[in-house]
Design a binder for this molecule. Structure first.
Ligand SMILES: NC(=O)c1ccc[n+]([C@@H]2O[C@H](COP(=O)([O-])OP(=O)(O)OC[C@H]3O[C@@H](n4cnc5c(N)ncnc54)[C@H](OP(=O)(O)O)[C@@H]3O)[C@@H](O)[C@H]2O)c1
Length: 268
């Protein structure tokens, strides 16, 4: 299988590098295309894949077309794919809000997979939800899952509503974690810790708690029960959060991202 990644930005490059390191694809079977001449020049010097600047030189060679450009560049790109595409090609798109139907109609390609990765994909710790048009076979889906797994974990969802929903949980989620970290670091600074010590305390607290959670079968609620004894310090903090409705506010925030993803899809 020959893969073409379109868009050598943050995400496109992340996937291209992860796929090339994974040994799923031989070097000559991985191509990357970007419209910026400077970017392709620098990529040619370092890259482990074939680098292209013109779609006509690489699209006809591809079995799988991985689209990683911003949604506002998609219309122009779809027109070109429509002109150059060949039967049997598969599209995987990670563009936020661009629906499978839109891509099928605009490109003339019926085998379309829509995926939503997140930022930790850059270090192989991402989570990507994905769903596919009926025209994509089970065997093709298995190959696609292997490719998506090169950046972390993938999750097949039954329809596109869950892609928008996962935007509100895992897609935008890293920013919620950073928000929580920032708040705790600001509290640490206020208590008199240096910026560096605040960072050490907070980052290791997150890392340790997540690791503990991952290594057990306990729910977050059960862990909270375990650490928060009546009249103790942790209970005081959790009570303060409950009194201030923090959990409801976080749920509301996740729904805001979900709703925005739906809105962006309608704009397309
Ligand atoms: N970043 C994330 O965490 C994240 C998470 C989930 C989904 N996504 C989705 O991933 C997609 C890519 O995001 P990104 O952050 O990687 O964007 P990015 O850094 O802007 O990368 C996109 C690249 O594609 C190039 N490009 C634009 N039109 C092109 C065309 N027709 N042919 C070839 N190359 C073209 C751009 O060149 P120019 O700079 O010259 O325009 C740029 O180098 C977006 O649709 C976004 O919704 C991103």
């Amino acid at each position: 299988m020959k893969v073409l990644v379109i868009g050598a930005g943050n995400m496109g490059l992340t996937y291209a590098q992860a796929m090339s390191k994974s040994k799923l694809l031989k070097k000559r079977n991985l191509m990357i295309l970007d419209s910026s001449h400077e970017k392709t020049l620098s990529l040619k010097k370092i890259s482990h894949f074939d680098v292209y600047e013109n779609l006509e030189d690489c699209l006809p060679l591809a079995d799988l077309i991985f689209i990683a450009v911003k949604p506002y560049h998609s219309d122009e790109l779809f027109k070109k794919i429509n002109d150059l595409g060949k039967p049997g090609q598969i599209i995987i798109s990670i563009m936020a809000g661009v629906t499978i139907k839109t891509m099928q109609e605009a490109t003339g390609i019926s085998k379309v997979v829509r995926a939503m990765p997140n930022l930790p994909a850059q270090i192989g710790k991402g989570v990507t939800s994905y769903t596919a048009a009926d025209e994509v076979s089970r065997i093709e889906l298995l190959t696609i899952e292997n490719l998506l797994d090169t950046t972390g974990k993938s999750l097949l969802v039954s329809n596109e509503n869950f892609i928008d929903a996962s935007t509100g949980i895992s897609g935008s989620g890293p920013a919620y974690v950073f928000y929580f970290m920032q708040s705790m670091m600001e509290a640490a600074l206020k208590m008199g810790f240096s910026p560096n010590d605040s960072k050490v305390l907070v980052s290791h607290t997150f890392e340790g708690a997540v690791e503990l959670f991952n290594q057990s079968d306990l729910s977050p609620n059960s862990w909270m029960e375990k650490v928060a004894s009546k009249g103790g310090t942790t209970r005081a903090a959790l009570d303060s959060m409950e009194d201030n409705n923090v959990k409801e506010l976080i749920k509301e925030a996740a729904y805001s991202a979900f709703n925005r993803a739906v809105e962006l899809g309608k704009d397309k």
